[in-house]
Write a protein that binds this ligand. Sequence first.
Ligand SMILES: NC(=O)c1ccc[n+]([C@@H]2O[C@H](COP(=O)([O-])OP(=O)(O)OC[C@H]3O[C@@H](n4cnc5c(N)ncnc54)[C@H](OP(=O)(O)O)[C@@H]3O)[C@@H](O)[C@H]2O)c1
Length: 297
Amino acid sequence: MGVTKKILVTGANKGIGLAVCEALLESYSETFVFLGCRDRNLGNRAIEAIIQRNPRAEHHIALVEIDVTNESSVQMAADEINKHDASGEPNLYGIVNNAGIARSDKGPQDIIEVNTKGPKRVIDCLFSILQPKNGRVVNVTSASGPNFLSRCDKFICKILTNENVSWDEINKLCSDFLEKYDNATTSVKAQLVDEVYGFSKACTNALTMNQAKLYPNLIINACTPGFIETDMTRPMALRNGRTPAEMGMKQTHDGVHSILFLLMEHRVGSGFYFGSDCLRSPLDCYRAPGEPEYTGP
Ligand SMILES: NC(=O)c1ccc[n+]([C@@H]2O[C@H](COP(=O)([O-])OP(=O)(O)OC[C@H]3O[C@@H](n4cnc5c(N)ncnc54)[C@H](OP(=O)(O)O)[C@@H]3O)[C@@H](O)[C@H]2O)c1
């Protein structure tokens, strides 16, 4: 079968992003994957590993350098993807905004830049090359988003669960969070460092609603991959003196289900947040896999 679905996965040189690329190429013969990475060497190594495990992938994958915090890098990635299409038509079927960080030596600003402003930058730059009628975007967020909203200030929760939320409102909350951090005492700073990951993912769930409204012809959703053993989560097990399995972490191939579902299934709706079991979840409280699907607005 020829290529009909070209898909960019950001942060795909390892972890869940890499597993998504592999699963797409394994299960959907019509896909062509742009493996997004910041470091070409790491990206090339990941591609070699994919081809070694699945030789059929060789003509269905290409590396795209993309740092989601850097506007010109994202723009260059868009140009690179566009060059792949001789027709010059907008021909990117899907974007998986997977790149993410949970901790940073540079502080909370970096986490917001990657996790929230990154997906915004990617869509803004790549919108013009997305298929205008059925293009899809999956923002990989986290259950930390609803967990954060279930505990936070009611004012913040109200904004981030409002289906008509604007980017200006989300951006203002990000600035407020960082201003609060800058002016905080050491102990409050430590608390905000713990909270910023959940905050950034709650903002990205809100961004997903906002983008779905802005681009009604596209299918744009967010999901959590589940609790997955990767370089991001392994330190958590170490800190707790337990193995990743004892902590309940699953393997990377277990973290792809909701992402693939939102890329490929019909009638998934748009502007929603899904659990790792491919069912909708609320934005402001945790729904465990297997619990009934959320059916609210
Ligand atoms: N693992 C979990 O249990 C879990 C749970 C909920 C949500 N998530 C979400 O799932 C996504 C993938 O996480 P993971 O667990 O697979 O983590 P991971 O193994 O640490 O992979 C993160 C990926 O993001 C890339 N990245 C970081 N900063 C970037 C930037 N500025 N521009 C482009 N790429 C960047 C990393 O590239 P480098 O190698 O160059 O650093 C890496 O490829 C994240 O959005 C995360 O928040 C994970």
